[in-house]
Design a protein around this ligand. Structure first.
Ligand SMILES: [Zn+2]
Length: 236
């Protein structure tokens, strides 16, 4: 379907970064098909790639700021009740709810992804089928396999002890001392608990939220192992 493109002021769309911080696009998504539309013209299933922050100086073009994890739009009105609707930036209530749209979240137990209706958005028009992966392709490695690969990177003598069903991996150093546990939180976040050397009796939960500083692909054994090993080295 033909949609009005965003034309009001100049926008610049550099190529999407391809480094490891950026989740690869689904195979079916064609980056050349990306268009800039107003947030109010985004439709369900469009892949949301970038926003356009206000330029620092008036008159400068707005440059696409890419999301590390593009997401399929799930459009609706802001709920007016969640933490993002109520935060200081928006303070959305019944009176001004019509000035905004939500491109993700409304009604899904997550905060609304709020956009001013007229804001430019870079999208690939959808719907875009997700990569069809079997569970084995999506999660080819157990958690303990990541811990084992990290132990190799940490050096000779490091050992891994698997928790039940391999869903955790306990790393011990060449002296045999338990140093860290690799596991997955209930919300899906991979974590590394590094035992504090100051409080040897009580392991201190260290959750560096390693998802947040770069994108970790569960298929990428080497990269995930590297992040685990770095986290252990920096925090032991
Ligand atoms: Zn909301």
């Amino acid at each position: 379907m033909k949609r009005p493109l965003y034309t009001l002021s100049s926008v610049v769309v550099p190529p999407r970064p391809t480094d490891e911080d950026y989740l690869p696009l689904p195979a079916a998504a064609d980056p050349d098909a990306a268009i800039v539309v107003r947030a109010s013209h985004v439709e369900d299933g469009d892949l949301v790639l970038a926003r356009f922050p206000e330029p620092e100086w008036p008159g400068e073009p707005r440059v696409a700021g890419y999301f590390q994890e593009p997401y399929p739009a799930k459009t609706g009105g802001p709920c007016g009740e969640c933490m993002d609707c109520r935060n200081e930036l928006y303070r959305i209530d019944e009176r001004d709810v019509h000035r905004y749209v939500a491109l993700d979240g409304p009604g899904a137990n997550v905060p609304c992804d709020i956009w001013p209706r007229n804001a430019p958005v870079l999208i690939i028009p959808g719907p875009i089928p997700a990569d069809e992966l079997t569970p084995e392709q999506e999660y080819p490695h157990s958690i303990v396999a990541f811990a084992q690969a990290a132990a190799v990177l940490l050096g000779e003598g490091w050992q891994v002890h698997a928790g039940y069903w391999g869903v955790t991996g306990r790393l011990s150093d060449p002296e045999g001392e338990d140093i860290a546990v690799v596991g997955v939180e209930d919300d899906g976040q991979l974590y590394v608990d590094v035992k504090s050397t100051q409080q040897a009796l009580y392991p201190v939960r260290y959750n560096p939220e390693i998802h947040s500083d770069r994108f970790l692909d569960p298929r990428d054994l080497d990269l995930v192992a590297q992040v685990i090993a770095e986290t252990v080295r920096e925090n032991r």
